[in-house]
Design a protein around this ligand. Structure first.
Ligand code: FES
Length: 109
């Protein structure tokens, strides 16, 4: 079972999770309540984390993460709600806030 080390609100939380666990699902079921999240659907970015160690221990970014995070993916930022855990990872949600990209206005006709 992979171990997740989470830095959040100035503390460190360590938990073992099942293979392919989604941490936001665990947060929603109060099995990992320390995880910060919002919509759970890749739209709000409130679940953003930075992977400190073990980036190969989570699934690769999907199209929602590419759309919402863009170049931030290269700096190790991920949407926690969009990844699943396969190996030990260390992530941080301390002092991280990235606003979702602004919606483009539709052209007026
Ligand atoms: S919880 Fe909203 S984007 Fe992940």
């Amino acid at each position: 079972m992979p171990k997740v080390t989470l830095h959040v609100d100035g503390t460190i939380v360590e938990k073992e999770v099942k293979d392919n666990a989604n941490l936001v699902v665990l947060a929603g079921t109060l099995q990992f309540p320390e995880i910060k999240y919002g919509c759970g659907m890749g739209r709000c970015t409130k679940c953003i984390c930075q992977v400190i160690d073990g980036a190969d221990g989570v699934t690769p970014p999907n199209w929602k993460e590419e759309k919402m995070l863009g170049d931030k993916l290269n700096e190790g930022y991920r949407l926690t709600c969009q990844m699943t855990v396969q190996k030990d990872i260390e992530i941080s949600q301390d002092n991280i806030k990235i606003d979702p990209p602004k919606k483009k206005l539709s052209p007026t006709i």
